[in-house]
Design a protein around this ligand. Structure first.
Ligand code: PAF
Length: 282
């Protein structure tokens, strides 16, 4: 497995892949089974696979966890080597944002401005800027993103369409713990007691999904059910939303695919999760 630390090294590796299909998995490292699901999908669909590991300072707010975000490059490299990844791009900050770097990519509209966009000002600007730069550097045929961050997937799909970037964005289903908790690098912040409590989030989503599958189409009722299920748990709910899958506006009734999304604090850890509400699903 080739380790590129600089843009020059990455470009050299990329030039050697001419004629091969390239799959790309952007990550911030501290890899878990959710990331490995992206890597395996990329491995299955491409001749060469490259993974980036970069904790992107631009997408963290001033009061957020950039400094303490978990990092373990050696462990990540071992895991990726075992998945037969061809190359890893793990640049230092100065390589991604050299002196004089002054460009931002801003996606506007509900997809970038509501929910996570509102709760974390500047977050999607940071994501869109780093993802655009990474896609330009790696020039993959396909790039893989987890559905756990559904709004991020929609923001990236928007920017790829709007900037006519020649890449297919492939969303990959969320990987969950046996009790339903979505895998996230931030789960390591949870104490054993908080970790137990955190399972209430997916349980609330699944309770609403069950009601939806039984025929409930009133979005207000589904939101209410999530709030009610979480009412007894020691979590601080930040939002619960039923957003249209295409327009990302809040809906009253689910007559076409929508996302049921939650963000909540468990102690000092902020967790997000979602499920798809698809009226056409069996
Ligand atoms: O989802 C993530 O890990 C990050 O937001 C990404 C896409 C790697 C950009 O920094």
């Amino acid at each position: 497995m080739y380790l590129a630390r600089t843009v020059t090294e990455l470009r050299r590796w990329r030039a050697e892949q001419a004629g091969r299909s390239v799959g790309f998995v952007p990550t911030m490292g501290y890899l878990h089974a959710g990331h490995l699901a992206l890597v395996r999908r990329a491995r299955a669909e491409n001749e060469a696979v490259v993974v980036s590991i970069f904790v992107n300072p631009l997408q963290f707010g001033p009061a957020e966890d950039y400094e303490r975000y978990p990092r373990d490059l050696d462990r990540d490299l071992r895991l990726l080597d075992a998945e037969r990844v061809d190359a890893v791009f793990a640049p230092p900050v100065e390589e991604m944002y050299p002196p004089g770097f002054a460009t931002s990519v801003v996606v506007s509209g509900p997809v970038a401005e509501r929910l996570e966009g509102e709760a974390r000002p500047g977050h999607f600007r940071g994501v869109a800027t780093v993802v655009t730069r990474l896609l330009n550097l790696v020039q993959p045929h396909r790039a893989y993103f987890g559905w756990k961050d559904a709004q991020q997937v929609l923001v990236v799909q928007r920017l790829v369409a709007d900037l006519a970037l020649p890449v297919e964005i492939v969303p990959v289903p969320t990987v969950r713990e046996p009790d339903g908790l979505a895998l996230s690098s931030r789960n390591v912040y949870l104490s054993p007691e908080e970790r137990r409590v955190a399972a209430a989030l997916p349980q609330a989503l699944f309770a609403a999904l069950e009601r939806f599958r039984a025929g409930e189409r009133d979005a207000g009722e589904l939101r209410r059910l999530v709030r009610e299920t979480l009412a007894g748990a020691p979590v601080r709910l930040e939002y619960v939303s039923v957003s249209d899958r295409e327009t990302f506006t809040e809906v009253d009734r689910v007559e076409r695919p929508a996302l049921l999304l939650v963000a909540a604090w468990v102690g000092s850890t902020r967790l997000i999760d979602n499920v798809l509400l698809d009226p056409a699903a069996p």
